[in-house]
Design a protein around this ligand. Structure first.
Ligand code: ADP
Ligand code: MG
Length: 649
């Protein structure tokens, strides 16, 4: 500021509002000069334009005509961020209704504007405390506004107006809501600060209050009708020599850390509502994690079962386009086919089999179980282990022996725990078979069937007693190595095509089964995942909704922050980060809930697989949700007009 530039200079300022057809001239052609250190009262009846003038002086509003200069700088030439910077460094607002933030205590309210000039918290607090002490409020510094009287609240708001070293205090009816005693104290404080060099512009409709200022400017219907100075006490010497231009310093946006702190404070106020909102995100993320854990668990389980059978096996079954069907029999595969396959190089073993069901009887127990005719190779191909006894051998096959090796389920159903099945005779269709071995329990097969619910007898015996003809239900071929499987699959197919002269068998390796199962399970996982993603989306809409409510509810807070020097960018960041904090909390809780849920259901025997990827994915998604769904509310907040927001009660 050049020495000759007045602090405040209004030249022919007009402000009109158009309400449809009607135009209201709130201010008409106002020209004023206010020097540093003055104590001015702007007086007028309600509706005379006082608040409009104050908003223009405080750079919260722009005139429709005329020129407003602060320290010689034309305010119209400043952009929004520079206007914020000018408010931050030069103006302090005191409002009739104090406009304190309810969830902050006294010193936090005072310290709040310091955030916007990047003052670290550990410097903000002592400064705020010192100001409060100066205002006789040291003891009440930790109290929330609701615990303070009106006069005390107004003192907090004066401290807040001064905390950034404001040169001008703009006080709109500061005593309007106070009893005369507290009102007088507030005026006394304003006068004290004026004596220290602060320019005070006091707005009032009350003549008696106006009389206490050195200069009284009277407004009527937007016009200055009187302006006279009558010194009741000395005007202080000018104390600021920082040129205004140097004070239009735009600070960077508030730090992320600071935004998180603001977010935490405001979310705490509405903890229950916040938690309800979070529920959408929590359920979304938890279901992503849980569903994928179940999907992956199921896949791992099925693949594990296939692995346990062996990945070097090829199964040959009747089937294909030209299937011949006999009376219930599928008359294709024969023992001769099995013998021919055994000749292919790379084939280690060939196990033909034929299955049916029959009623087994031991003592008084009847049980319907699977009967499988097989050869000794079957045990080695399947790599099955005995818990008791022996397998049958080639001699048993050659002699049509009536012997059986029983599965664990059969054992449990026919015999009591204390009975030893070995050597006992089990009746099947009135023929006694001697039990020579009991298989170890193997659990479920890849398709979920019980592999233990089965009795194995020599295939020759089975053909004789059950089937009559030598057609087979399956030939299992064991390849020497897993690498041979694909080649052998083809050779077996070619061989059988040559032997049968038509395609009437299906050749499948466990390898190809793994592929099929993996594909099916991946599809399932994808499906489960997309259902979960939808719920996450719904959760995101919930977050947007609550953030919009948040913005509407906190219009006054936003207006106040803007009035005290927050840039639109600061507000944008604050609300963006608030949405992000909500979503990150929701994401974290959701992941915990998802893993917790998976843990619980795994306890009940459902296969789950804990993998990091879905959790990371869900977490990243919830961050995205926060960013995307938080943006619209945040932008709404940042574009809010502080004048209308602060005018609301
Ligand atoms: P005071 O503070 O002296 O009571 P104001 O400055 O609030 O007066 O208002 C001056 C005139 O401008 C009034 O007639 C009022 O109705 C009008 N006015 C103020 N703000 C608005 C607005 N946002 N839209 C339309 N008219 C307004
Ligand atoms: Mg007013």
């Amino acid at each position: 500021m050049v020495a000759s530039d007045p602090l405040i200079q209004l030249d022919n300022i007009s402000r009109s509002y158009s309400l449809g057809e009607i135009t209201v001239n709130a201010l008409s052609d106002v020209s004023l000069t206010i020097e540093q250190g003055e104590f001015v009262a702007i007086m007028g009846q309600s509706g005379s334009g006082k608040s409009t003038l104050m908003n223009i002086l405080g750079c919260l509003d722009k005139p429709t005509a005329g020129c407003y200069r602060v320290g010689g700088i034309d305010v119209a030439k400043l952009n929004n961020d520079e206007l914020s910077a000018l408010r931050l460094s030069t103006f302090g607002f005191v409002f009739q209704r104090y406009q304190l933030l309810a969830n902050y205590n006294a010193w936090e309210n005072v310290a709040m504007p310091g955030i916007y000039r990047q003052l670290p918290r550990n410097e903000r607090q002592p400064h705020a405390m010192q100001l409060l002490a100066q205002l006789g409020m040291a003891e009440r510094a930790e109290h929330k506004p609701s615990e303070l009287s009106g006069g005390q609240q107004q003192r907090v708001s004066i401290a807040r107006a001064l905390v950034n070293g404001a040169e001008v205090i703009l006080a709109d009816e500061p005593t309007g809501a106070l009893d005369s005693n507290s009102g007088a104290q507030v005026l006394e404080l304003l006068r004290e600060f004026n004596q220290q060099g602060v320019t005070v512009i006091l707005i009032t409709h009350d003549k008696e209050i106006a009389q206490q200022a050195n200069r009284v400017i009277s407004l009527k219907d937007g016009l200055v009708i009187d302006d006279h100075t009558e010194l009741k006490y000395p005007t202080p010497k000018q104390h600021s020599d920082t040129p205004v231009r140097n004070r239009i310093k735009v600070f960077p946006n508030i730090s992320v850390f600071e935004s998180i702190r603001i977010a935490a404070a405001s979310l705490r106020v509405n903890l229950f509502r916040t938690l309800l909102t979070l529920l959408g995100i929590i359920i979304g993320v938890a279901s992503v994690v849980l569903m994928i854990a179940i999907g992956e668990g199921g896949k791992a389980e099925v693949l594990g079962r296939i692995e346990s059978i062996g990945t070097n096996l090829i199964s040959v079954r009747p089937g294909g386009a030209n299937l011949r069907r006999g009376s219930g029999d599928i008359a294709t595969l024969t023992l001769d086919d099995a013998a021919a396959i055994a000749q292919i190089p790379g084939v280690v073993a060939v196990a033909p089999e034929r299955s049916t069901r029959a009623t087994l009887r031991f003592g008084g127990n009847d049980y319907s179980g699977g009967i499988k005719g097989a050869t000794p190779e079957y045990f080695s191909v399947r790599d099955w282990q005995l818990s008791q006894g022996i397998f049958f051998n080639q001699k048993d096959v050659d002699q049509f022996a009536s012997v059986m090796v029983i599965g664990a389920t059969i054992r449990d159903n026919l015999f009591t725990a204390s009975e030893d099945p070995i050597g006992r005779y089990v009746l099947v269709n009135s023929t006694p078979y001697q039990v020579i071995g009991v298989l170890q329990a193997k659990g479920a097969d890849p398709m979920g069937g019980d592999m233990d619910d089965e009795v194995l007898i020599p295939i020759t015996t089975a053909r004789l007693k059950f089937f009559g003809r030598d057609y087979l239900s399956t030939i299992t071929v064991k390849a020497e190595t897993t690498e041979d499987v694909t080649r052998l699959e083809q050779e077996v197919e070619d061989l059988l095509l040559a032997r049968h002269s038509e395609e009437d068998v299906m050749v499948r390796s466990t390898e190809s089964l793994v592929e099929t199962v993996t594909e099916a399970q991946n599809t399932l996982t994808l499906l489960l995942g997309s259902i979960a993603a939808i719920s996450l989306f719904v959760g995101g809409i919930g977050v947007m909704n609550i953030m919009l409510v948040n913005v509407s509810e906190r219009r006054r807070e936003i207006g106040l922050r803007i009035a005290t020097g927050a840039k639109p960018g600061d507000i944008l960041r604050q609300f963006n980060i608030e949405a992000l904090v909500v979503c990150i909390c929701g994401g974290t809780l959701g992941i915990l809930a998802g893993f917790g849920g998976a843990f619980i259901i795994s306890y009940f025997g459902v296969a789950v697989a804990f993998t990091a990827l879905p959790a990371l994915l869900a977490f990243a998604t919830s961050i995205m949700v926060g960013l995307i769904f938080g943006y619209i509310p945040a932008r709404k907040a940042a574009s809010l007009s502080p004048i209308t927001a602060l005018a609301e009660e």
